[in-house]
Design a protein around this ligand. Structure first.
Ligand code: F6P
Length: 493
């Protein structure tokens, strides 16, 4: 079983004098002001959940975009800070973007273009020449920051996600030949017809093929990528060896399903502190004697939050005997709020919650508790443990780590996971109740099935899911990527 120690030893012995640099748009921690104090807050999202424990183990440098004005106040002259605050084990080097860069690169090209392009959620992607300019400019800034960090040394640069598709190409233009690069694509890769919509498709593919290794979540995303390359660029594709050759450069393309720090989450969720917090939350939300249904998502139209709310509505219509017998707690982490579609989604969710609660409330009971306020990680763990059912209803999702986190917290083998068939996680967690979020009838039926499930059945399913996540943990994921990349002997395949 891969763990922290094995990953650390592997990297220390095998990476030799290579530096490890991770680059992502999203930084792992942000500094904000609370009262008169600047505090350090862990950031939401699957990427941060997955990579933070890896970075804590391997002691490298993480390059990410600073998002708060206080992020600037705490860094040194190289824009660096040691993190996490209680046990510094890696450097975070922050890039600070102007308002225009943020608009064009992040809100515009990345989140109004690439994000809807890559997810089947029927949201039209928008590409503008101005956004594309900023996307290139910020990718160049990332490449400059990486080169500054590498100097003349050898480095393994591990780039994350759809925001930074051009960075490797710019790195190749430098005079340092000792840089090995990989990009992990956290979201789905669309089919070639859809990818063909993008006006800059060739430049993006060429940017990606400047890497030594490209990782996707599942095989079908790799297949879509191969087909996109085939229909756009002169290239040779060896599907048996998973290699694309373009302009004499070879890029390995493989699936590496991302995961979580199972052991750490499992242990932390069992702690006395979390148990105390569970007790307090039971009081706060008035949960005594009631079943708890739980969801936590970034507020994003790909996550199917309105569909989840409509399924709750339909469930109460179909099974009125459950009135006053359950509470559905949905946490939403506000995200990308400058993009109009996200603003509209926030409004849609708020109004659905008001309407459904109004329709079904009885006395002091209302079925849905929804909050988009920041909730501490410990409280999230306590809520996972309180949840009789956890619902992940994404319309399309590269992996979805909420599903894996829920499973990791349930060492009591209690609890039922309802998991959308359109997530990467559904390929691994087939013992969840698999749902189609587009179908409110069967979705409502699955909620009833989850609430009525017998303890033996719950245990059997949870045990199998826990074994899978425990075995395919984040250290195994990182170990597999690094070993593939460094062509080391411990390659598992
Ligand atoms: O998983 C996709 C992703 O864009 C990650 O890169 C990111 O950490 C997460 O979703 C959250 O998105 P954002 O950083 O835009 O809030």
């Amino acid at each position: 079983m891969w763990d922290k120690t094995q990953l650390k030893e592997t990297i220390q012995t095998q990476m030799g004098d290579y530096k490890l640099i991770i680059a992502s748009n999203r930084q792992p921690y942000s500094h904000i002001k609370k009262g008169s104090e600047i505090i350090c807050q862990r950031q939401p999202g699957g990427l941060v959940t997955a990579l933070t424990p890896v970075m804590e183990t391997v002691n490298g440098t993480w390059i990410g975009t600073g998002t708060s004005p206080y992020d600037k106040e705490v860094v040194d002259s190289d824009n660096k800070i040691q993190l996490p605050p209680d046990n510094p084990s890696f450097s975070l080097k922050r890039i600070f973007l102007s308002k225009q860069e943020m608009d064009g690169f992040y809100y515009g090209y990345s989140n109004e273009g690439m994000w809807p392009l890559s997810h089947i959620a029927y949201e039209r992607p928008t590409f503008t020449a101005e956004d594309w300019e900023y996307y290139q400019k910020v990718n160049k800034r990332y490449a400059e920051a990486i080169l500054e960090e590498v100097g003349k040394e050898k480095a393994f640069v591990w780039i994350q996600d759809f925001h930074l598709m051009l960075v490797a190409k710019y790195l190749r233009e430098s005079d340092n030949p000792n840089i090995i690069t990989s990009l992990f694509w956290h979201i789905p890769w669309p089919n070639p017809e859809v990818f063909g919509i993008c006006p800059q498709k060739n430049e993006l593919l060429e940017g990606l093929l400047a890497h030594d290794l490209l990782g996707f979540q599942v095989k079908s995303h790799c297949d879509n990528f191969f087909q996109s390359v085939e229909s756009s660029l002169e290239s040779r594709i060896d599907r048996e060896q998973n290699v694309v050759t373009h302009t004499k450069r070879e890029t390995i393309v493989k699936p590496f399903p991302i995961s979580i720090d199972f052991e750490q989450i499992s242990k932390e969720a069992e702690s006395k502190d979390i148990e105390e917090r569970m007790e307090q939350l039971r009081e706060e939300y008035n949960l005594k004697g009631k079943k708890v249904i739980f969801g936590i998502d970034r507020i994003d139209y790909t996550k199917g939050i309105p569909d989840k709310l409509r399924a709750i509505d339909r469930f109460i219509e179909k099974r009125p005997e459950y009135r006053e017998k359950f509470v559905f707690i949905q946490l939403g982490q506000v995200s990308r709020i400058q993009v109009p579609r996200y603003k509209a989604l926030n409004d849609e969710i708020n109004s659905l919650v008001v309407d459904i609660n109004w329709k079904h409330s009885q006395g002091s009971w209302a079925p849905i508790v929804f909050t988009s306020e920041y909730v501490q990680y410990q409280d999230i763990l306590a809520l996972y443990r309180l949840a009789d059912i956890c619902i992940v209803s994404s319309l399309h999702d590269g992996m979805n780590l909420v599903a894996k986190e829920y499973v990791a917290t349930r060492s009591d083998l209690d609890g039922v996971l309802l998991l959308s068939q359109f997530t990467g996680a559904a390929r691994e967690l087939s013992d969840a109740i698999i749902i189609n979020p587009y179908d409110p009838e069967s979705f409502a039926g699955a909620i009833a099935q989850g609430l009525a499930m017998l303890p033996e059945e719950k245990e059997k399913r949870m045990k199998k899911m826990r074994d899978i996540v425990e075995n395919n943990n984040i250290y195994r994921w990182a170990g597999r990527v690094l070993s593939k990349l460094l062509n080391l002997e411990f390659d598992e395949e």
